[in-house]
Design a binder for this molecule. Structure first.
Ligand code: UD1
Length: 421
């Protein structure tokens, strides 16, 4: 097990590059490996544990995959297997993305039912309902989802649940619908930038998709998808995390490789809190000339404020003047990081799906634990802003979604060392 030792009181200064978007690469690689009939080459792929886990899942299904630098080469699968076993799926929920494409391509799939995780129960009823709308027969038995259909058939469906649209269900159903007979209309589709990126990739493979970037996707089924070459968009959440890291250390950083259109709500809220963002064509300069003000934030599906940035903005608001309220509306149990921030001297109270944050003048380093990927990110940011030393354990969560995080931050002035237990 590895830990990060973060020596605090550092000010970040310089340029931080943003890597490719994890949540775009995962479904895109699945589409390339299962739906494509030719080799696909993906550029701007981050080197992350989640990408390696997905590679193992896809190789288990029969794909041949090579990752060189940040390019992923995916060979078409000739003798596709239809089973994604528990041992692989349990390592990463996004393995569920193989369900729709396998049914579309092979007519059957057996995929381990993903479990809950530290941020809540995370059901998959919408994935199942969407595939049933397309004519698949889906049964859950002995921990596995069995889905089959001789041919998927396009139809109209409404794919929103009690917490709004689902990123995963939209991706799964959209991928399946590309090879269905006839036209599928998904109303209430997720609009996250990575869903649009997946749709653009599928279009480059020969899929016929209208409404990209909107909540109504129209997919006309085609007979075959080809392999293609594609550059994945940059990671909006990694960019947001670096913006917060710059602000919380009162530094002067340039976050390179992100556009304002990818992070509308994050930019809006960061500026409302008093941080200055100066955009140009390649990225954004982040400075904090004034004190950070307390603000209220409510998470919501895109274009709302992303739940995946809730922990990081909470870290920043711990050091703001006044009181802030964060309402978590997407993953309502996602507050474990609050207790860890309180160990560092923050003043956060939880009340149902809300966190009430009273700003404090400073944080102090402490031993803390990453409970999930984004919780890990906020603890690194808070550790850099705190006095003294923070020791972050369960770093493997962080490595799932941030490429070379300590290297990137140390390049701009952080003092972070990775040690083995
Ligand atoms: C994706 C992201 C994750 C992010 C989340 C919300 C990936 C690999 N992961 O996860 O980082 O936090 O979007 O932006 O892209 N829901 C249901 N039934 C379903 C599916 C979801 O009720 O069948 C609920 C969920 O419990 C949650 C909400 O819908 O409350 C949104 O979840 P969803 O968008 O599906 O998240 P994921 O795709 O799992």
């Amino acid at each position: 097990m590895e830990r990060l030792i973060i020596r605090g009181g550092t000010k970040l200064e310089g340029t931080i590059p943003v890597s490719g978007c994890k949540n775009a690469v995962l479904p895109i690689a699945v589409a390339a490996a299962i739906l494509g009939d030719g080799v696909s080459v993906l550029h701007n792929v981050p080197n992350l544990t989640d990408v390696r886990t997905l590679r193992a899942v896809l190789e288990g299904l029969g794909a041949t995959i090579k990752l060189k630098d940040s390019t992923l080469y995916i060979e078409p699968i000739n003798h596709l297997e239809y089973e994604a076993p528990y041992d692989l799926v349990r390592k990463m929920r996004a393995s569920i993305y193989v369900l729709g494409p396998l049914v579309a391509k092979l007519g059957k799939a057996k995929v381990s039912f993903p479990g809950g995780c530290a941020i809540g129960p995370r059901p998959i009823d919408l994935h199942i309902r969407g595939l049933e709308h397309l004519g698949a027969e889906v049964v859950v038995q002995e921990g596995y989802i069995y889905a089959q259909a001789e041919h998927l058939v396009g139809t109209e469906m409404y794919l929103t649940g009690q917490h709004g649209p689902s990123v995963g269900a939209t991706a799964n159903v959209m991928m399946a619908a590309t090879l269905a007979q006839g036209t599928t209309v998904i109303r209430g589709a997720a609009r996250e930038p990575h869903i649009s990126d997946l749709a653009r990739f599928l279009s480059a493979m020969g899929a016929d998709i209208d409404g990209i970037g909107t909540s109504v996707l129209t997919i006309r089924g085609v007979k075959q998808l080809r392999g293609t070459e594609y550059t994945v968009i940059s990671d909006d959440i990694e960019a947001g995390t670096f913006i917060v890291a710059g602000a919380i250390t009162r530094g002067d950083v340039y976050v390179k490789g992100i556009t304002p259109q990818q992070i509308p709500a994050i930019s809006e809220k960061i500026v409302e809190a008093g941080v200055e963002l100066d955009w140009d064509d390649n990225g954004v300069r982040v400075t904090t000339p004034r004190e950070i003000r307390g603000i209220d934030v409510a998470t919501a599906p895109f274009p709302g404020f992303p739940t995946d940035m809730q922990a990081q903005i909470m870290g920043m608001l711990c050091l703001a003047s006044g009181t802030s309220i964060i309402s978590e509306n997407v993953h309502t149990d996602r507050f474990i990081h609050a207790a860890e921030l309180n160990r560092m001297g923050a003043d956060i109270m939880l009340d149902g799906g809300k966190a009430i944050i009273n700003g404090v003048p400073g944080l102090s380093g402490a031993p803390v634990m990453a409970s999930d990927l984004r919780a890990g990110a906020v603890l690194v940011a808070a550790g850099m802003a705190a006095s003294g030393e923070t020791v972050l354990s369960r770093v493997y969560h962080l490595d799932r979604g941030y490429e070379a995080i300590e290297k990137k931050l140390n390049n701009v002035g952080a003092n972070i060392t990775r040690v083995k237990d």
